[in-house]
Design a protein around this ligand. Sequence first.
Ligand SMILES: [Zn+2]
Ligand SMILES: [Zn+2]
Length: 483
Amino acid sequence: MNHSRRQSYRVKRTLVTLLILLAVSGLLQLPIRVNADNENPPYAYNHCCDSNECIFPSECKRPGPCSCRMPCDFIIINPYAQVDWSSFGQYRAALHNHTTHSDGHTTLPDAVRDFYNHGFDILAIGDHNVVTYRWDTAPTGALRSLPVLMSTEEKEAIYDGTYGRSGIFADAIFPGHLGPQLRRPQPGGMISIPHVNEQSHPDRGREHILTLWADFNNEPRQTPSQVFYEVERLGGLSIINHKGRFTRAWVHPRRILRDGHGRGWVASNDPTIIRRYVEFYRDFPSILGMEIFNSLDRETQWDRILWDNILMRTMPNGRKVFGFSNDDAHNCEEVGFNWNVLLMPALTESDTRIALETGAFYAVTRVDRRLRVNHLRPDGRDMLYKGNERTRFLLEQPTPGIDNIVVDNNTITITGRDYDRIQWIASGAVIYTGSTLDLNLHRSEIAHNYVRAQLINTTGVAMTQPFGIWEACSYLASEPAMP
Ligand SMILES: [Zn+2]
Ligand SMILES: [Zn+2]
């Protein structure tokens, strides 16, 4: 009896002592030492914390994921990973334009010749609520004029480049654009993207959705989601056009609204607007992205802010949203101010689709009003809203181009031409200016798992697509414990 009572007393005393020790160690934050080799997730512990340099040493001695403050490798999701910069061609694509089949002033054959003579390689005619298949095939939908088509012979000659380019761009090299480094693997044809439509009914015309490779035409009162759904079901792709027109960011941009900010800033930072688009990109993988430049950057001048706001919410989920630069030309004077350079092994329709889907392209513009690139005309007055004979001088100016992008574990390096500076942007802010971004020097600023770059000179801007950025240790550890 005595013996068993003594035994139970000893057990109780041991338990109480253990409990006290545990409580005290918890209160004093005493490190609980565990054999790191056996019990810690090796990646998190060894990668970040097995060193005196760790900022929070007590954190490091605990098992499990820790805060990662030491030089650390990154996982970089590079949209140009499949690009062989030494052998691929750089092809200029015009993705959003109009003819007399909707509200344009140029017939379809004349529009095709305009783009061809401006040195474009890929052309999509996206008339409003009209499906354009090929240039020699009658479009379907709400045509505003009798169809005017190109002969099959002429179309084929433009495709294979045997139809001579004429006018000031007869050499097929756009002045200052691709320049002597143009790697056109053939004398220069221009191909079409089939089944293109600028679906302009959704939300009573407040959303314009450019759709490609989808034989589908929207109906009045359809919602954007219904359009995205149908296009996706048919295997097509979508791009959301000139959002600034509908956010009203561009209207009276200097009017001060809230917190001392202008109307454009407020609209592009509006949580309701941001959420609307984030949900579209979340729900429909076939939406490639959004226009970030349209014609002479009147309506889109605040849309790079919106783009960054969207990226800040989609990139942490691995959802890339690509930026596009389009003329939205309605006549021949509006051609040649914006384009997308697709990086492809050859000029084919299938490679075009791959480049668009993977983000193997960069967007170029001659006018960026927020970066004050050609925001004024030579006489000091504001840049015009649309191209005409008074903006023709812009077509002769050099614009930046990209020759190579090298990505390793910690850095991204861009080699380009015709630029004054390369800016790197994360979470909507410029975090560095220079050709090589060292991720370790900007870890705290890359808070939303992406960076993007823009090459700028006084007469043009080239923008890369976003690079996904993940710290290797925090990526592997499920929940990085930030003290
Ligand atoms: Zn539109
Ligand atoms: Zn349009």
